[in-house]
Design a protein around this ligand. Structure first.
Ligand code: F0G
Length: 377
């Protein structure tokens, strides 16, 4: 075995744990919400200072929704690896480190693998990720993240659901920790998104719109809202409004979808792991889970970028596509306070952005040509 390939499987670095506060700035979600999380003094905190993402007012969307609605965007693309997954991953990797785990594994549509690879690198752990092999299944930004953080990336001849089945089995049979959202610490960490929304607004929203893929995030947000309600930090609970892509909508259809299809690759999932959690969130909150078409997703993606100045990935735009669809059907009460989660950054999937815009115009390097091209002459 060459030196290089030996290094590939060796755990090289000791974990980089953060000192306990006081430290400058936002400490990450574990320290910020320690009282709400299953951590102890024995838990090494592996953090990239995730969380504390902005809740951005969206006045153009508010006008489109009408009836006095106030719309906010929880912009999770500003987490360290560019998606909400970091909230759960700081917990999953810290707890794995606490038990002495040396390796973690996940199946992913891209973002989980990017996050797992980054946090595992920081913890000095080996990371294995299983991705769908077919062309275009994983957005380029996400794949590059998993690779640059040193994960072992395996392209499976099958879809996400098959990859998830494999990692469940392998983590049960071998000493490697599962960091998909079946890992309960992932959901625990992700519930911090709901805490932040309430901390920012000083109350819970009336409606919480969210894309649904493997269904961990809707489950986690609902858990977070219920916990804040239970300890009196908020007086009311939101209705949880989830959206699946029309070609990948097992929860809406009430049956697994063997070959899910959507250009929103992050939520191209036919048999969600947290199916029951999503149904509970929907039913307990008096909410709903609906579908949006790929065309509706792309329209919301464009509106967000061009009217609000916020660039998210297509799957994230599913929450806003659903918002607009529900608004058009008169589905919101007057003066509703609505939060839409934008789960991942637009730069994750630059190919999609380039596919839906006009290409740059080529011009000669002259003032005359510029002036003409921008319509000043
Ligand atoms: N939005 C983005 C950008 C995602 O990456 C995901 C899930 C979701 C929404 C759906 O969240 O699964 O909790 O319902 N991505 C997973 C992954 C499946 O592997 O990165 P969910």
């Amino acid at each position: 075995m060459s030196e290089g390939s030996k290094n590939k499987v060796k755990v090289q670095n000791p974990p980089v744990t953060d000192p306990r506060p006081p430290t400058p700035g936002w400490p990450g979600i574990i320290e910020a919400y320690r009282a709400f999380l299953p951590v102890t003094d024995a838990t090494p905190v592996i953090t990239l200072r995730e969380g504390n993402t902005p809740l951005i007012p969206a006045p153009a969307l508010g006008r489109r929704v009408g009836r006095g609605a106030q719309v906010y965007l929880k912009y999770e693309g500003l987490n360290p690896t560019g998606s909400f997954k970091d909230r759960g991953m700081t917990m999953a990797i810290s707890k794995a480190a606490e038990t002495g785990a040396q390796a973690v594994i996940c199946a992913s549509t891209g973002n989980t693998s990017a996050s797992a690879a980054a946090y595992a690198a920081r913890a000095g752990m080996k990371c294995v990720v299983l991705l769908e092999q077919s062309a275009g299944a994983i957005a380029l930004g996400k794949l590059s993240q998993a690779l640059i953080h040193g994960a072992t990336v395996l392209a499976v001849e099958g879809n996400f659901d098959q990859a998830l089945h494999l990692v469940r089995k392998i983590s049960a049979d071998y000493p490697i920790a599962l960091v998909n959202s079946l890992n309960p610490y992932r959901i625990q960490g992700q519930k911090s998104g709901a805490f932040e929304v309430c901390d920012s607004l000083g109350r819970a929203p009336d409606y919480h719109c969210i894309p649904v893929g493997n269904a961990g995030n809707i489950t986690a947000y609902w858990m977070g809202y219920k916990e804040y309600h239970g300890c009196g930090r908020i007086a009311s609970l939101p209705r949880m409004i989830g959206f699946q892509a029309e070609g990948a909508a097992p929860i809406v259809r009430g049956a697994p979808v063997p070959e899910p299809k959507t250009l929103a690759t992050a939520i191209k999932i036919g048999n969600p792991a947290s199916w029951k959690g999503a149904e509970a969130a929907r039913d307990e909150s008096g909410g709903e889970i609906g579908t949006v078409t790929d065309e509706e997703i792309l329209e919301a993606y464009r509106i967000l970028a061009q009217e609000e100045g916020v660039f998210c990935e297509p799957a994230s735009a599913a929450s806003v596509a659903g918002l607009l669809k529900k608004a058009a059907a008169g589905g919101f009460t007057d003066d509703a306070l609505i939060v839409c989660v934008l789960t991942g950054h637009g730069l994750k999937d630059p190919d999609r952005a380039l596919a839906v815009v006009e290409k740059p115009t080529s011009i000669p390097a002259t003032e005359e040509a510029v002036v003409k091209a921008i319509g000043f002459s």
